[in-house]
Ligand binder design. Sequence first.
Ligand code: FAD
Ligand code: EPU
Length: 336
Amino acid sequence: MIQENVSLKPFNSFGLNASARLFGAFHSINELRNALVNRPHETPLLILGGGSNILFTGNFDGLVLKNELKGIEILSEDEHNIIVRVMAGENWHQFVMHCIDRGWGGVENLSLIPGTVGAAPMQNIGAYGVEIKEVFSSLEALEIDSGEIRTFNNEECQFGYRESIFKKSAKGKFIILSVTLRLSKSPHFNISYGAIQETLDKMNVTDLSLRAVSDAVIAIRQSKLPDPDKIGNAGSFFKNPTIDKIDFEGLRAEFPSIPGYKLPHDLMKVPAAWLIEQAGWKGKTFGEIGVHKNQPLVLVNYGDGHGNDLKELAFKIKDSVAEKFGIELTPEVNII
Ligand code: FAD
Ligand code: EPU
């Protein structure tokens, strides 16, 4: 059922007090189709998952449809692998726990990422050395204009670092309904990300397990990132930028402590958190909003902040980093 003038505060992890002119939830594909067919002509549409990667800069003058499609189904399995279809409205972290409980490996490094399964391919969620594309098989999506359901395989999704076709040429055209993943019954553990091994050692783990890796990832995340239930935030506000190796060498001559990670094709990834900290923003507060004290890549709403002020702060940060280092930061968060 569609309601009018609904507060979005409970539905966005920044805890911003925006409202939607029209709001409804869909629990089935039929409900979704009905809501689309009956929406007033030319009304802007926003599909909402957990609202953990969205910045509402003001009220949304359109229809917000919250995804409540639920269900997890095993499509096939053999002694090594299991193919699982997950409906898009399932909570991502709960799904990860479901997998760990059953000994299905592949998503344990992605523990505690907030949001829904359906939003996960949007930006190819990633953490601690793993991205969803590594276990992704396909997804089903409803094309908004035609009402047809289309399947996208891994290649068709055009995954990249925090990227997919759904943020580029297919932006705003599809509603992801379900995601199919290929998980492993004989997991290969990915603990190459330094902090994981260190945390496992501190936890005195000698026998590696999916649960142990997940617990280590959760412990690291909880020590670094603010809990959105306590301090409003949307995780990393910007992506980590990629620059040419030659430009990196130039910067290193001027800023000898600049960190960088080698990528193929003579490229380097530079941590945006370092750039923002060096530009003097770490821990700064401006009334109700600010830059987190432990992780400067995370912008925060302490309670009653406004989305537009957060956007302005983000752009000031972007400008100052561009001025100091000549590096352009790109927002990861979807600014609405
Ligand atoms: P929403 O915020 O609801 O939506 C995000 C975008 O996707 C919007 O444009 C929305 O319209 C669109 N969308 C959502 N669902 C659908 C659908 N079914 N069909 C079509 N479009 C859709 N991300 C990482 O990659 N790695 C991390 O480690 C990580 N850590 C985080 C930590 C914190 C504390 C927070 C708050 C966020 C973090 N994020 C991280 C970002 C966020 O969790 C992910 O981007 C997540 O996938 C967002 O899911 P959501 O359901 O909340 O999406
Ligand atoms: N750093 C600083 N100062 C700080 C904090 C960090 O200089 O106060 C520098 C350090 O050099 C540190 C580096 O930044 O080594 C990286 O920091 P961190 O390990 O915290 O990771 P990140 O690059 O900031 C990325 C993702 C996270 C993901 C983690 C773990 C992006 C944009 N962010 O953060 O994803 O959880 O790695 O893999 O790629 C998200 O996308 O929302 C998100 C939280």
